[in-house]
Design a protein around this ligand. Structure first.
Ligand code: PEP
Ligand code: MG
Length: 924
């Protein structure tokens, strides 16, 4: 936020006269770049330069829609401003010239005492960033021009109120004074006069407030500027500076918007929605942004100015009510919405104002929408023959599908619904109620599930909103700040739940006789708007018909196959319903937990070969059943089973835990009665033994130690047991008519010889089982590429491996030298904040480093073994940007968790379409 001290430069700009312009040309002085464009000079393809808002205002102007005249100052000017720490030369001269043109178009003059021109100043980056920087309205007002405004509209109160709003907004947004200071003054005046609403404030009170507001603003160290051109320059500077404000940076990080785009500034002739009952302002969507239904959706406030609707401070009227009150404006609005949809061939969202019965368009853009609505709209537009199937595929952001795979309330659960608000963002959540954003962040960081409860949210709350499971507000419509941010973040949100009486001071709310205090668990359902008290179990959703259709169209164009990471028959079956084409990674260690743990521990702690063999054969029995279930669930599709990978100490208690237990036992023994002593002594001896074993297995860097293939080498018989269980299971399934497709994967290989040794052992077991069971089953034996060395000697390794699967979790860990288990809580957020890393490399594949290793391994591996099958099974397999990389790097498949399978299918299609030159989507 720009502070007054920084922005108080008095404008030195005066409009360039013709003579000056001529002299400039004659002297051949280098002209400054073009920084300002009239709306007529812009169009929708100029978003980089004019920002989304400016580009679309240009597009609408050229479509002949009723847009108030104005101009856009470019993002280049912003970037130059940020680079050199001040306005680049020539910007204000150009602004002054365009203001002259604006004056001519409007027949009004900026700063004129009789017939003043007023403007709004609005930020607008390439991608919309709600709440980054609010609009400054009514700019150009001062003690002189306010009289002119009153005369223009024949309404003294309106002019005084416009002036009050201007000083308040300018003071808050441009001069950086906390908004509550102004709100407080209004409350004082209302209390003194026993007014209950703002509308009772008369000219006298409003003028008094203007004086008081200016005094408050001056406390920032600079007098409130009266000169309109100074006001304009300060506002432009403030918009530019807001690009680097905290709110904007958080939003960009969250939405992966680059930091170097900059924002444009739009200067637009004012039109007023607050001049009488036949005026108003609103926002509209050409289709339902929540469900995608084909119906216009608008929220309209009479007697209001711009931000009143978005802020959610008053509950707006519906489109039907507008139709009833002002049929002419309604008709015009519907016509404009139809034109925009046909023109953009997509759902648009718009902001509009009606000034004394005349409609004005203030903004349009491709509307933000929930994933459900994106899917429905894309399918509907294909049915309406507006777009092709391929375009429809590109209209749905793969990452957004996560939203559709959000949990819902368990329909079987007993739920105490206490209120119903608006279904502002889909999905369900349960968690502790918290009443401010900071607490939400703190509690969430400590591991709590939280729901942020506020009367309404503000841009400063975004950190807390992202940290929460869901958001609940008592005020505001579906276009309120809370709703827009929640949808963008894929968080469930219920807003406008007016039955809630929220007491922020007491940190509680009451609703229909129930009181919820901070920390009590509540649940919300953002798909229906329901609010419940108490915990509600959640269930996973199914794919909708429209989503199935989009995914089918995606399957028609993608090249990459999509498998899943699954260790249980249930997960495998679920993933199959989501379209998984096999298992890319079954981690066998997950089968060693739970009630299997004692057997595993016996195997690890065995003191004699006999003891070890006995434990291994017990495990063999158990694993055979596990594998059979998985082969059955994936019958006919490949199943890659990874042999045991983690360090063995993970299956034992920690030495700390054991030391504590030993101390306790020793203490208990000092006072134990005689008949107890023997039992305690036996237990103590066992614990001491166990501690010895644990200490022998403990390592300083376990992730770089006895794990992966090294376990197989160091524990002869362990991998052989697993391979036997796999093959016997495959035979069992085949005997029952199933079609097991077996791939055995050896993890963490660094040198070809270790792989060869394990492969030889596995092949002997496979041959033995197939011979004794008289079966023929093809089996591939491959390896994971998880170490830089393995990638670099891929040609050698490929000679012994029938497939590669990139374990990019470990490959990222070992390439960066970042511990995958600790990095998040330690330095990663700092790195991201400082811009040292653009993204978390454990979420989004680092293409230049880890990606380079992958490319080397693919090309050298395939050179040694033509046609080598290559996939990825690290977490990156479900991340859309990483999937795009895998497509480009020539992988055969990606593998990801079951719920990300649809995401990966769609991302793979996007990659293929973009690769073949089919354009991307404008939606963001
Ligand atoms: C990997 O390292 O990427 C991998 C898939 O294996 P794990 O996460 O089990 O180490
Ligand atoms: Mg690994």
């Amino acid at each position: 936020m720009a502070k007054a001290t920084k922005t108080a430069t008095k404008s030195t700009t005066k409009p360039a006269s013709k003579a000056e312009t001529k002299a400039e040309t004659k002297d051949k002085k280098p002209r400054s770049p073009k920084y300002v464009y009239d709306f007529e000079q812009g169009n929708r393809n100029m978003k980089d330069l004019l920002g989304g808002k400016g580009a679309n205002l240009g597009e609408m102007t050229n479509l002949g829609l009723p847009v108030p005249p104005g101009f856009t100052i470019t993002t280049e000017a912003c970037n130059e401003y940020l680079r050199q720490g001040g306005l680049p030369e020539g910007v204000m001269d150009q602004v002054a010239r365009h203001m002259k043109t604006l004056e001519k178009k409007m027949g009004r003059r900026f700063g004129d005492a009789k017939n003043p021109l007023l403007v709004s100043v609005r930020s607008g980056a390439k991608f919309s960033m709600p709440g980054m920087m609010d609009t400054v309205l009514n700019l150009g007002l001062n003690d002189t021009t306010v009289a002119g405004l009153a005369e223009q509209y024949g309404d003294d109160r309106f002019a005084a109120d416009a002036y009050r709003r201007f000083v308040q907004m300018f003071g808050k947004i441009v001069m950086g004074v906390p908004g509550e200071r102004f709100e407080h003054e209004i409350d004082v005046v209302k209390e003194t006069n026993a007014f209950t609403s703002d509308t009772e404030l008369g000219v006298g009170e409003l003028t008094g407030l203007v004086t008081r507001f200016k005094e408050i603003a001056a406390e920032a160290g600079v007098a409130f500027p009266d000169d309109p051109m100074t006001q304009l320059e300060m506002a432009i500077r403030a918009v530019f500076e807001s690009w680097n404000g905290e709110r904007a940076r958080i939003y960009r990080r969250k939405n992966k918007i680059p930091d170097d785009l900059g924002t444009a500034v739009n200067v637009v002739a004012m039109v007023f929605g607050n001049v009488g009952e036949n005026s108003g302002t609103g926002v509209a969507f050409t289709r339902d942004a929540s469900t995608g239904d084909r119906k216009y959706l608008a929220e309209y406030l009479t007697q209001a100015q711009g931000e009143d609707v978005v802020s959610g401070a008053r509950t707006p009227l519906s489109l039907d009510e507008l139709k009833h009150r002002d049929p002419a404006s309604y008709k015009e609005l519907v016509k404009v919405m139809h034109t925009l949809e046909q023109h953009y061939r997509d759902m648009c969202d718009i902001e509009f104002t009606v000034e004394q019965g005349k409609l004005w368009m203030l903004q349009t853009r491709i509307g933000k929408r929930t994933a459900a609505s994106a899917v429905k709209i894309a399918v509907d537009l294909v049915k309406e023959r507006q777009i092709s199937r391929q375009e429809a595929v590109l209209r749905v952001d793969p990452a957004s599908l996560d939203q559709l795979l959000h949990p819902q309330w368990d329909p079987e659960a007993e739920i105490r619904v206490v209120a119903k608000g608006l279904n502002a963002s889909p999905g369900a959540a349960a968690g502790k109620a918290v009443f401010d954003a900071r607490t939400a962040q703190e509690w969430a960081a400590a591991g709590d599930r939280v729901i942020l409860v506020r009367p309404m949210t503000e841009p400063d709350d975004v950190g807390g909103m992202y940290a929460s499971r869901g958001i609940l507000t008592s005020r505001g419509g579906k276009t309120s700040h809370a709703a827009v941010v929640a949808r963008g973040a894929g968080k469930p949100c219920v807003c406008g739940a007016e039955e809630l009486h929220i007491d922020l001071a007491e940190r509680r709310f009451t609703v229909n006789g129930t009181t919820v205090v901070e920390g009590d668990v509540i649940a919300i359902d953002g798909s229906t708007g329901r609010v419940a008290v108490g915990d509600v179990p959640l269930v996973q959703p199914q794919l909708s018909g429209d989503l199935e259709r989009i995914l089918k169209w995606a399957d028609e164009v993608r090249r990459l196959k999509v498998r899943t990471n699954a260790d249980t028959p249930e997960d495998a079956a679920k993933a199959r319903t989501f379209g998984a084409e096999g298992i890319g990674l079954a981690r066998t260690e997950h089968m060693f937990l739970g009630d299997r743990l004692p057997v595993v521990q016996r195997m690890i702690l065995a003191r004699t070969p006999e003891e070890e063999r006995a434990a291994l054969s017990e495990l063999l029995e158990l694993q055979r059943g596990d594998f059979a279930g998985i082969f059955q669930a994936m019958s006919g599709l490949p199943v890659t089973i990874r042999l045991l990978d983690p360090p063995l100490h993970e299956f034992l208690p920690s030495s700390k835990e054991l030391e504590l237990a030993i101390k306790q036992l020793e203490f208990d023994l000092t006072s134990a009665p005689g008949d107890e002593r023997a039992r305690l002594e036996k237990e103590l001896a066992e614990k001491v033994d166990l501690l010895g074993a644990v200490e022998r297995l403990e390592e300083s860097n376990p992730m770089l130690g006895m794990r992966g293939v090294r376990l197989g080498v160091a524990r002869p018989g362990l991998y052989a047991m697993q391979v036997r269980a796999i093959m016997e299971a495959a035979c069992d399934v085949k005997e029952k008519g199933g079609r097991p497709v077996v791939e055995i994967m050896i993890p963490l290989v660094a040198v070809r010889e270790e792989l060869e040794m394990m492969r030889a052992e596995a092949e002997a077991v496979i041959a033995d089982v197939l011979k004794s069971r008289r079966k023929k089953i093809d089996v591939l034996i491959g390896t994971m590429i998880e170490l830089p060395r393995a990638a670099l000697v891929a040609a050698e390794i490929a000679e012994s491996a029938q497939f590669f699967s990139f374990g990019t979790n470990d490959l990222t860990q070992t390439t960066y030298g970042f511990s995958r288990d600790d990095v998040e809580g330690k330095f990663l957020s700092k790195y991201l904040e400082l811009g040292l890393l653009k993204a978390n490399p454990f979420e989004t594949l680092d293409q230049s480093g880890v990606g380079r290793l992958i490319r080397i391994a693919v090309s050298e591996g395939r050179a040694a073994r033509p046609g080598l099958k290559v996939g990825i099974c690290g977490e990156h397999g479900g991340d859309p940007a990483s999937v795009e990389f895998c497509h480009a790097a020539g992988l055969d498949y990606v593998s990801c968790s079951p719920f990300r399978v649809p995401v990966a299918r769609l991302a793979a299609a996007h990659a293929a379409l973009k690769d073949s030159g089919v354009g991307g989507s404008e939606t963001r």
